[in-house]
Design a protein around this ligand. Structure first.
Ligand SMILES: Cc1ncc(COP(=O)(O)O)c(C=O)c1O
Length: 410
C-alpha cells in the first residue's frame, strides 16, 4: 500500500467538500463540516468492534435509532391517529427521498417490505405468453431467479447467463441470451458475492433492442455510488434500507418506469395499490397510476422511519463522495490483503468494484468465527470471506481485519 494512499484515507477532513455543501451541520455561523470521524462517532458499533460487513447489514447510526424512537413516541402518544398525520406523511417523505436519490419522481417509487416482495409484485404483472423468457445471471442473488422458477409450470422459462469467473458477466453473454422471446432481463447492478459492477445503461440498450425490459437488483449498489435510472434507461429497480442505505430490515424500494408500469396489472396486490384506497371499494380493483400499484398492505412503519433516516446520510454525504470514499477504502483493503499474501478476487481493477471484496480462505465460516472472537465482524460465502467497508470505516479497521485474517490462514 502506498504511503500517499494511507494518508488520503486517514486525513479525511481534507476530502470533504467546501463550505455550503450538504455536509454542513448547524444552521448559523458556527456551521462546520462533518469529517469521516464525526460520522463514525454516530455508529456505536465502533466503540468495541471492527465492523466490515455493510454488504450484509449497514451499521446502526444514532439518528436512525432516534427516528425509530420518534415513531414509537407517536404511536404511544397518538395511537391510530398517528396514521392520519405524521405516519402517513412519513411514507410520502420516504418515497420522495428515494426518488431524489435515483433521479426519479415520487410517483415512480413504491415501498415494499423486502426485495423479494417487490420482485414478486413486478413478476406477477406480465403476460408471459408471447415472451416467456426471463434472463438472469447465474451469480445473481437467488431470490431473483426464484420468482420466475416458481412460474415454470405456467410456461415461464428462466435463461441463466453463465459467469465465466464467478465475479462478473460479459455483456456479450447477455447479448446472446436475450432474444425476441425475452420478457425481462433481471440482474444485479453490483453482484452480491463479488462486488463487481455491471453496466446498467449497456444492459438496458441490449434489452430494449430486442423489445425486452430491464429490471435491476441494485440492493448492493444504491448508496455506494451515483445512479440515475432515467439516464440509464432502467425499467425497474429494486433496492432497500438494509445495507448501504443504512435503514435496517423491513423496507425496500421499487422504481417502476412510467412508460412501462401503467400497462401492468400486478396479481400480487393489496389495498395500498388501489387508485382510491380509502373508498374501500370491494368490487373493483382499480390500480393507482403511480408505482403504488405494486404496493401491498400496511407498511412496517418503524422501518419506514428508519429507512428515511438512513437515506439522510447518503443525501448529506452524496453518492459521488461515497463512491470516492469506497474506492479509497477498497483500494486500501486490496493492497493490504495482497501485502499479507492473501488473494482478493477482483474483476479487473478496484474501479470495477463496489465496496465488497472476497478472499478465498480455508473454511470461511470458521474464519468468520475466529475473527468474531476478536470483535472483527465480516462474513462468508461459499469458499470465500467477504469484507465490505463503508464511509465510517478507517484504514486501521482494514489493517486490523487483514492482520487477523492472516493469522487465521497461517
Ligand atoms: C443483491 C441482493 N438481492 C436480494 C437480496 C434479498 O433481499 P430480501 O431479503 O429483501 O428479499 C439480497 C440479500 O442480501 C441481496 O444481497
Amino acid at each position: 500500500m502506498s504511503v500517499r494512499h494511507r494518508a488520503t484515507a486517514r486525513e479525511s477532513p481534507a476530502k470533504l467538500p467546501p463550505a455550503g455543501t450538504p455536509n454542513q451541520v448547524g444552521a448559523d455561523s458556527t456551521q462546520r463540516l462533518k469529517s469521516w470521524a464525526d460520522y463514525r462517532s454516530e455508529f456505536p458499533v465502533f466503540e468495541d468492534a471492527t465492523y466490515l460487513n455493510s454488504c450484509s447489514l449497514g451499521a446502526l447510526g444514532t439518528p436512525v435509532r432516534r427516528a425509530i424512537e420518534r415513531c414509537l413516541d407517536l404511536w404511544s402518544s397518538m395511537g391510530a391517529s398517528a396514521w392520519y398525520g405524521p405516519w402517513w406523511d412519513e411514507l410520502g417523505a420516504l418515497r420522495r427521498s428515494v426518488a431524489r436519490l435515483l433521479g426519479a419522481g415520487e410517483e415512480d417509487v413504491a415501498l415494499c417490505p423486502s426485495i423479494t416482495a417487490a420482485l414478486s409484485a413486478v413478476g406477477s404483472a406480465f403476460d408471459y405468453r408471447l415472451r416467456p423468457r426471463v434472463v438472469i445471471a447465474d451469480i445473481d442473488f437467488p431470490t431473483v431467479s426464484y420468482q420466475w422458477l416458481a412460474k415454470q409450470s405456467r410456461g415461464v422459462e428462466v435463461v441463466f447467463v453463465h459467469s465465466p469467473d464467478g465475479l462478473t458477466v460479459p455483456l456479450e453473454a447477455f447479448e446472446q441470451a436475450i432474444d425476441e422471446r425475452t420478457q425481462l432481463v433481471a440482474t444485479s447492478h453490483v453482484y452480491f458475492q463479488s462486488g463487481a459492477i455491471q453496466d446498467m445503461a449497456a444492459l438496458a440498450q441490449l434489452a430494449h433492442a430486442r423489445g425486452a425490459l430491464l429490471l435491476v437488483d441494485a440492493y448492493q449498489s444504491v448508496g455506494q455510488m451515483p445512479l440515475d435510472v432515467r439516464a440509464d434507461g432502467v425499467d425497474f429497480l429494486v433496492t432497500g434500507g438494509l445495507k448501504w442505505l443504512l435503514g435496517g430490515p423491513g423496507i425496500a424500494y421499487l422504481y417502476a418506469r412510467r412508460e412501462v408500469r401503467t400497462a401492468l396489472r400486478p396479481e400480487i396486490v393489496g389495498w395500498f395499490a388501489h387508485r382510491d384506497q380509502f373508498a374501500f371499494d370491494i368490487t373493483h380493483l382499480e390500480y393507482a397510476d403511480d408505482a403504488r400499484r405494486f404496493e401491498g398492505g400496511t407498511p412496517a412503519i418503524a422501518a419506514v422511519f428508519a429507512g428515511r433516516a438512513g437515506l439522510e446520510y447518503v443525501h448529506e454525504i452524496t453518492p459521488a463522495r461515497l463512491r470516492g470514499r469506497q474506492v479509497e477504502l477498497t483500494s486500501a483493503l486490496v493492497e493490504a490483503l495482497r501485502g499479507a499474501g492473501l488473494s482478493p478476487r477482483l474483476a479487473g481493477t478496484v474501479q470495477g468494484h463496489a465496496g465488497i471484496i472476497t478472499v478465498p480462505v480455508p473454511d470461511p465460516s470458521a474464519a468468520v468465527q475466529a475473527l468474531a472472537r476478536e470483535r472483527i465482524i465480516i462474513d462468508s460465502r461459499p469458499g470465500v470471506v467477504r469484507l465490505s467497508p463503508y464511509f465510517y470505516n478507517t484504514v486501521e479497521d482494514i489493517d486490523r481485519a487483514v492482520a487477523a485474517l492472516r493469522r487465521y490462514v497461517r
